[in-house]
Design a protein around this ligand. Structure first.
Ligand code: CP
Ligand code: NVA
Length: 301
């Protein structure tokens, strides 16, 4: 069976831990410019139904550093955008490319694509999950503070794709996750229930942040929710990660954000640009952790 990466639950705990360690190793190799062209002439197909800066550049760079190549495919200029069935696109693309990455709306699209793909498929963000970002976040926490196991993470904001992947990460990396969302913006109940008592849900950001080792947030309106922006700005007004919130957390707490960020909305400029923020390391680690992921998937294929 072809190994895919559609959610963090697709790779077991020991392998995920090994992957984070490997990401740290690959980063050191890249810093030293040690050649690691393990996948010469391998091709990654990259399907983007939504915008991206980090995801696109990190995957393309990863393939180049591995000696391979990446092909950017947008619906605007492929038959995917003209209604060619997902199943047929998966069959065709996976006979040419060695690995495929997809960023799209419905999670069922990546599931369907994976079902018909002969090669590994990576979820590069759906409306439900963003597992690649979590690999980078865990790597970043590990580099700054050591193992995240047993730590307390606080999610403030929307119960969105990033929040769902944090819930899965709490299961896979054994940390406690406090989630604070406005009423009506809670994460998916099934995803939460499956994570059991590692997760605590509240509508009070101040209560959620007590003793936290890591505070993280995301935009109030995700891609595809542009029309809800005004309504959401009102609903989320009390959910900004600002200095008052940061002061309630552990003194050593880190701040992360998957980016892009809106200063003055979900995060105050003083926080994202402040001493506890590790968002630039986090963004860089998309590259290294995805290299570890690509290597794992190609070796297990
Ligand atoms: N964090 C993240 O996935 O960024 P992009 O949307 O720029 O890819
Ligand atoms: N929740 C955001 C994450 C962007 C990387 C979105 O889906 O737009």
């Amino acid at each position: 069976m072809t190994q895919h990466f559609l959610t963090l639950l697709d790779i077991d705990k020991p392998q995920l831990h090994a992957l984070v360690q490997r990401a740290i190793e690959l980063k050191a190799m890249q810093v030293k410019r040690e050649p690691h062209e393990f996948f010469k002439n391998y091709v990654m197909g990259m399907i983007f139904d939504k915008s991206s800066t980090r995801t696109r550049v990190s995957f393309e760079t990863a393939m180049v550093q591995f000696g391979g190549h990446a092909i950017f495919l947008s619906p605007r200029d492929t038959q995917l955008g003209r209604g060619e069935p997902i199943e047929d696109s998966a069959r065709v693309l996976s006979r040419m490319a060695d690995i495929i990455m997809i960023r799209t709306f419905e999670h069922s699209t990546v599931e369907l694509f994976a079902q018909f793909s002969k090669v590994p498929v990576i979820n590069a963000l759906t409306d439900m999950y963003h597992p690649c970002q979590l690999l980078a976040d865990i790597q970043t926490y590990t580099e700054h503070r050591g193992d995240i196991k047993g730590r307390t993470v606080t999610w403030i904001g929307d119960g969105n794709n990033m929040c769902h992947s944090y819930i899965n990460a709490a299961r896979q990396f054994d940390f406690k996750l406090n989630i604070a969302t406005p009423k009506g913006f809670e994460p998916d109940e099934k995803i939460m229930t499956a994570a059991g008592d590692r997760i605590a849900l509240t509508n009070d950001p101040k209560a959620a942040v007590e003793n936290a080792d890591l505070i993280t947030t995301d935009v109030w309106a995700s891609m595809g929710q542009e029309e809800e922006q005004t309504r959401r700005r009102i609903a989320f007004a009390d959910f900004q990660v600002d200095e008052t919130i940061m002061k309630l957390a552990d003194k050593e707490a880190l701040f992360m954000h998957c980016l892009p960020a809106h200063r003055g909305e979900e995060v105050a400029a003083e926080v994202i640009d402040g001493a506890q923020s590790v968002v630039w390391d986090e963004a860089e680690n998309r590259l290294h952790s995805q290299k570890a992921l690509i290597e794992y998937l190609l070796k297990n294929h």
